[in-house]
Design a protein around this ligand. Structure first.
Ligand SMILES: C=C(OP(=O)(O)O)C(=O)O
Ligand SMILES: [Mg+2]
Length: 516
């Protein structure tokens, strides 16, 4: 079990060093130790990762950073950790002001700074450590960008004290096939050297590190690969993807297509906007396994817990209620237009049957604005996500100006119950079985049936085989989920008639929740 050290924050300016010369003399050895460790890691890595580590090592060894910090210790009587922190801040400002490629290095200098500060304080550096053996990772919480970089070969499981089951951290862990349990109260206070983690049941127990644990392989559910109820009503069973690996896993699991391609997951670590050609290649690679099949590409859903550095958004007091998703495109339509151009190109390259949809749409006017732009870019089918209660209430008007809708139950629950999806303490409210949420889904299902247009679900709710029947009974015509859930949901639908799905929906609307 490996604990992820927390960010150290800004070191204090006091106490003043008793011997400033001696305090200043600690800086160069600490910076050199950090540089040497980064070089060791670079030697074990290859390709781009090795280059990045070597560049970071060179920054740590840069005498200019240490010289300025030494000056601050002596001139301003600062403790060494604070001096290196302030020295790095000066460098970061100059890099940011230089713009372009240099501005992209600001995150690197901050990383170097945190490592040298940790070295001077004699504590573990913050962030996900390099794992030397397969381990369970334990953290207060983990950013989606850090989670995306985890290697399922070495991370046996992830356990966090905070976070909710529909947070992007949990979604990414699921996509990587890493068992994860979030919102474990008291986790960080737990005195244990090893943990037993069951991602299916959500249990975490202290374990004896000496005794080996066997896990039983799960048997795949029997499903013929065509989503239908037992009496022949079609409910397409689709995959949620954010990378080439996800797309392959979804195709291997028998997905009939992709119901949600989270394009922002391709760019979580990018510090510059990818060019149209780069985007086109990245999208085409994800679409490739689905040639001739339906794929819904979602335009960038940046903001809130998925900040994209190249968009340089202003800080907001409530980011989940701020400028995220399609709202970014209202100010910066050029970013959306470049993405639509790249998607149109990827359609030609991949041969997939592509539709686009926009995230975080609140009104029919916003939906119409997006659909017009998508069609102008040459994309035949344009829809929007229903993930704000206002959009569910306006489903009829939205369907009048779009070709389809897809319900994002993760955000729809968060905004319906006013319960942050990243917060373990309110996770019980973010439960898609809640009747109030299902009533909004019924509005959407009825509107879609009357309009004769498709309505899908692509939030985590679709991955629950029992709830999948309820969603079908509420009028949803497709369900999209992570690869691991596809067969079980397909098999579950095939066991019920549409009338049974409708009975299950009525029961769930009344608050009846079946036991699995
Ligand atoms: C599918 C959804 O989008 P995301 O999880 O990416 O916010 C959702 O909100 O349910
Ligand atoms: Mg969402």
């Amino acid at each position: 079990m490996v604990r992820i050290a927390e960010s150290l924050g800004e070191p204090p300016r006091s106490p003043k060093p008793a011997d400033p010369q001696a305090e200043a003399a600690r800086i160069v050895p600490a910076a050199q130790a950090v540089a040497a460790r980064l070089e060791e890691l670079a030697a074990k890595a290859d390709g781009e990762a090795a280059d990045i580590l070597l560049t970071t090592a060179a920054m740590a060894a840069d005498p200019a950073l240490a010289v300025e910090a030494e000056r601050l210790v002596v001139a301003e009587e600062l403790p060494a950790p604070r001096a290196i922190y302030d020295s790095a801040a000066g460098f970061a400002r100059s890099l940011a002001a230089a713009g372009g490629y240099l501005a992209e290095r600001v995150r690197d200098i901050e990383d170097v700074r945190d490592r040298i500060v940790a070295e001077l304080l004699g504590v573990a550096p913050p962030g996900v450590p390099e794992l030397t053996a397969p381990s369970v990772l334990v953290a207060r919480d983990l950013a989606p960008a850090d989670t995306a970089g985890l290697d399922p070969a070495t991370v046996l499981a992830l356990v966090t004290e905070q976070g909710g089951p529909t947070s992007h951290t949990a979604i990414l862990a699921r996509a990587l096939g890493i068992p994860a349990v979030v919102a474990v109260r008291g986790l960080l206070a737990l005195d244990a050297d090893a943990l037993l983690v069951d991602g299916d049941t959500g249990t975490v127990e202290p374990a004896d590190p000496a005794s080996p644990v066997r896990t039983a392989a799960r048997t795949a559910a029997d499903w013929d690969g065509v989503g239908t109820t037992s009496d022949g009503h079609r409910i397409k069973v689709l995959g949620n993807v954010g990378s080439v690996a996800d797309a392959r896993a979804a195709a291997d699991a028998g997905a009939e297509g992709v119901g949600l391609f989270r394009t922002e997951f391709c760019y979580l670590g990018a510090s510059a906007e990818p060019t149209v050609a780069e985007q086109r290649a990245a999208y085409a690679a994800v679409l490739a396994p689905f040639s001739g099949k339906p794929v819904t590409v979602r335009t960038l859903d940046a903001g809130a817990d998925k900040p994209l550095a190249f968009l340089a958004q202003e800080a907001e007091p409530n980011p989940a209620l701020g400028v995220r998703g399609l709202r970014i495109a209202f100010d910066r339509p050029d970013v959306l237009d470049r993405q639509l151009e790249a998607i149109a190109g990827a359609v030609k390259d991949s041969g997939a049957d592509v539709a686009v949809m926009a995230p975080m749409v609140a009104t029919a006017a916003e939906a119409a604005w997006f659909a017009d732009r998508a069609r102008a870019a040459g994309i035949r089918r344009a829809g929007v996500m229903i993930e704000i209660p206002a959009a569910a209430l306006a489903a009829r008007e939205i369907l009048a100006v779009t070709d389809f809708v897809s319900v994002g139950t993760n955000d729809l629950a968060q905004y319906t119950f006013a319960a942050d999806r990243q917060l373990g303490a309110v996770a019980a409210l973010n439960d898609p079985w809640q009747p109030a949420l299902l009533r909004l889904l019924r509005l959407v299902g009825d509107a879609a049936a009357d309009a004769g247009k498709p309505a899908g679900v692509c939030g985590e709710a679709a991955a629950d085989p029992l709830l999948a029947r309820v969603l079908a009974g509420l009028g949803m015509t497709s369900l999209s989920m992570n690869a691991a859930a596809i067969r079980a949901v397909g098999a579950g639908l095939a066991e019920s008639t549409m009338d049974e799905c409708k009975v299950a929906a009525e029961a769930a609307l009344a608050g009846d929740r079946p036991r699995p």
